[in-house]
Structures are given as structure tokens and as C-alpha cells.
Design a protein around this ligand. Sequence first.
Ligand SMILES: NC(=O)c1ccc[n+]([C@@H]2O[C@H](COP(=O)([O-])OP(=O)(O)OC[C@H]3O[C@@H](n4cnc5c(N)ncnc54)[C@H](O)[C@@H]3O)[C@@H](O)[C@H]2O)c1
Length: 272
Amino acid sequence: MKDFTNKTVVITGAGSGIGRALAEEFAKLGANLALNDIETDALNETIKLLPSNTKIFTQTFDVSNADAMFNFAKECKNHFGEIDIVINNAGVSSGKLSVEAIDLALFKWVMDINFWGVVYGSKAFLPYLKTRSEASIVNISSIFGFMGIGFQAPYCSSKFAVRGFSESLAVELHNTSIHVMCVHPAGVKTNIANKSRGGNEADKQEFNKLLIADPNEIALKIIKGIKRKNQRLRVGKGATVVDWLNRFKPFHIANFIQQKALKYREKQLAKK
Ligand SMILES: NC(=O)c1ccc[n+]([C@@H]2O[C@H](COP(=O)([O-])OP(=O)(O)OC[C@H]3O[C@@H](n4cnc5c(N)ncnc54)[C@H](O)[C@@H]3O)[C@@H](O)[C@H]2O)c1
């Protein structure tokens, strides 16, 4: 797809970070936007940033609610007539917790949103996308969809699952009008760490220091990926290098990063 004028783009988790930046960048290209978030105020803040002539439809709901997602898809179709692109972006982190310590309910919360939200979003919109001569499903995984890092088992599990689901769907839909892209961002300056439900404040601040990439630059790269019909897109500093190194030396790279992070933490604590 080369031209986004009057195309309808669905974005989940559009109240912050990458989702908000995608809404801004697609609006500049003249797209119609169907936006979701679990937080109404955040979604309203996003809308304020969009050009006043943007055609917008919004619904506040939890992407881990299958019925709500299927209803959203139906309402988007009723509102705009056609759907061209679906971006399953909404996501959360459990914060830094060991497998031993984590509460299973928190683990499940992450899987329900990060993985099942993507499955529901893809499945709910598929019948509408099929009627278009060109359409895209974009699922947001992570650099942690390639590499498991310690103390982030729910997040890594969910992002590996998003990659497996998306790659399977991409093969299934090969030779159809629907392009499927799985995106693997690294270190984007968003609210993901601040909004994590578990872990402590110091760990969140430490994680925030690794989030440096500008969300709007990442959104532009995602749009370029849609234009080029990429199937696997790595964005943000180190995403490609980590993916490749991890293929040759699985565990070593994750261990190296973990050790670096631990040393950094010790240094910070020693300073206090
Ligand atoms: N920031 C990064 O470095 C990074 C790296 C890799 C992957 N990602 C992924 O990018 C996506 C966007 O995250 P972000 O970094 O912009 O974080 P963010 O916290 O800034 O934005 C996420 C948005 O999703 C919304 N959301 C959370 N739970 C929801 C639910 N149940 N239903 C609907 N909306 C919900 C939040 O309210 C928020 O507005 C996520 O899938 C995340 O895992 C981010």
C-alpha cells in the first residue's frame, strides 16, 4: 500500500507511546482512524494532537475482552465502510519479577493483553480486510520476541507468542491481498515501564533509561514497512544486531545484557 489517503487504519493502545505516534503520523497522511485504548482520557489526549479534519472513530475497551474486540471491528466497519490496516499495538509489562516471585494472575494479565489481544484483533478484522484489494495486519512484538531476558518471563513469553502467531498467519495469507507484518521494537521512549503493574519504582526508572528512540520515528518506520510489505520489521537501537547475535549465540547475549544491567544497578546503589 503506497497511499494512505482516506484509508481506514485501526490502532489499539492509541492513548500513548507508539500507538499515539502511529495515529499522528497516519493522520498527517490523510488516513481515517479507528482508535482504541483502555484509558479514555489518554485517548482524548491523542485526539487533541490530530489535525482537526481527521475522520476519527474511537472506542475505549480492554483488548483482552474478545467480545469487545469483535464488536469494535463491526462498529468500525459500520462507521467507515471499509477497513484497510489493523495495528495490534496495545501492550503492557509485568515489571521486573522472577518466575519464582511472580503472581500467576499478573503473568496471565500480560499474556491476555499482549498475546490474546493480538489474536482477537487479527481474527475480528480478518473478514473485513479480506474484501479489500490490499490490506495489512501489523502486530507489535518486541526485541524480546527474539530473545528471552531474565525477570521478564511474562513479557518475553507474550512477545514470542505474538511472533509465532504473526509468522504463521503471514504464511497462511501468503498469495492473498492481506500482508502481515510483525514488528520488533527496542528501547522506545514511551510509558511502558511506568505503567507496569509489578516490579519496584527503582527498576522502572532503570528501565526508562534504556528507552531512547523517538516514538514518531518508530511510527514512520512502521509505515515504511507497510509500504514495502515487510514481514519482519526490527526498529530501535540494537534490534537487528541483537536478533542476529542471538541466532548464533542464544543465551549468551541475554546473559551479557543481564550482567551489564546488574552491574549498572549495583553501581547506582553504591552511589546512594
Ligand atoms: N517502548 C518500547 O521500548 C517497546 C519495545 C518493544 C515493544 N513495545 C511494544 O509496543 C507496544 C506499545 O507500547 P508502548 O511502548 O507505546 O507503551 P505505552 O504504555 O506508552 O502505550 C501502550 C498503550 O496501550 C494501552 N493499553 C494497555 N493495556 C490495554 C488494554 N488492555 N486494552 C487497550 N489498551 C491498552 C495503554 O493505556 C497505553 O496507552 C506494546 O505492545 C509494547 O509491548 C514497546
